[in-house]
Design a protein. Structure first.
Length: 243
C-alpha cells in the first residue's frame, strides 16, 4: 500500500522530526511546509521525488538530499539557512526557492546545470556571484537584498525575468547583453538616469514589462515619468503595476 503513494501533504502539522517515510519509495511530491522541522533527514532514499517543499520551518542547514537526482523543484523559503550547500548531486533541479533566509553569498550552485528559476529574495546578499555556470537560468528573483551592482550576470544569457527591486542599485550596467530579457523589476533602487536606461534596454525586443517606481527617475518627475519611459523604451507594454 505505502509503495503506491505518490503525493504526500503534511503541511502545517507541528511536525518537528521527519520519520515514517521508509516505505514510501514511489513518492514524487512531499510537502512538509509550515512545520517545526530543524533538520532534513530520512528522505534521501526517496529517489523518485520531483517536488520537495519545506517552506517556513526552522531549518538552518541544507543537508540530507544527496542522490535525489530526479528532484526538479526544491522549496526552502522562510527558514534560517545561512549558506547554500550540499546541492551537488541534484543534477535535475530546475527550481530553487530560498527566499526569506539569512544567506549572505551565492555559493554552492555551480553543479546545478539544469536550473531555470532561482528565488533568493529577502536575504543578505551584497553581490551577484557564483552564477556563471548556470547557463540555463531563465528567472532570477533577488529583491530585498543589499545589492549595489548588477555585475555577475555575464553568462546567464537566457534570463527572461529579473527582479532586483528593493536594493541599492544605481546603475543598470551589467544587463545590456541579456537579449532575452522580457521583464525587469527594478523598483525602489537608486536608478536616476534615463539615458542609461535607454542604453542598456532599448535594443531588447522581448522586453515588455519594467518596474521603476521608487527610483529617482520616477520620484523626480512623477507626472512625466511614464511618458518618458514610453519614449525611451517604445516596446514596453507594462510600466509598474498598471499598463
Amino acid at each position: 500500500m505505502a509503495a503506491s503513494v505518490q503525493e504526500l501533504d503534511l503541511y502545517d502539522n507541528l511536525i518537528a522530526h521527519i520519520k515514517g517515510l521508509e516505505d514510501l519509495t514511489n513518492l514524487t511530491v512531499l510537502d512538509l511546509s509550515f512545520n517545526k522541522i530543524k533538520h532534513v533527514k530520512k528522505i534521501n532514499h526517496l529517489k523518485e521525488l520531483t517536488d520537495l517543499y519545506f517552506v517556513q520551518n526552522k531549518i538552518t542547514t541544507i543537508e540530507g538530499l544527496d542522490g535525489l537526482t530526479k528532484l526538479r523543484n526544491l522549496e526552502l523559503a522562510a527558514n534560517r539557512i545561512r549558506e547554500i550547500q550540499n546541492l551537488d548531486t541534484l543534477i535535475g533541479l530546475e527550481e530553487l526557492w530560498l527566499g526569506k533566509n539569512k544567506i549572505t553569498e551565492l555559493t554552492g550552485l555551480s553543479s546545478l546545470s539544469s536550473l531555470k528559476i532561482l528565488s533568493i529574495q529577502s536575504n543578505r546578499i551584497r553581490s551577484i556571484t557564483g552564477l556563471s555556470s548556470l547557463s540555463t537560468l531563465e528567472e532570477l528573483y533577488i529583491s530585498h537584498n543589499a545589492l549595489s551592482s548588477l555585475s555577475g550576470l555575464e553568462y546567464n544569457l537566457k534570463l527572461r525575468v529579473l527582479d532586483i527591486s528593493n536594493n541599492t542599485i544605481s546603475s543598470l550596467a551589467g544587463i545590456g547583453h541579456l537579449t532575452e530579457l522580457a521583464e525587469l523589476w527594478a523598483s525602489y533602487n537608486k536608478i536616476a538616469d534615463f539615458a542609461e536606461v535607454e542604453r542598456e534596454l532599448k535594443d531588447k525586443e522581448h522586453l515588455t514589462t519594467v518596474y521603476f517606481e521608487g527610483n529617482p527617475l520616477q520620484l523626480r518627475q512623477p507626472a512625466l515619468y511614464r511618458n518618458k519611459v514610453r519614449l525611451t523604451l517604445p516596446q514596453i507594454q507594462q510600466i509598474d503595476a498598471s499598463k
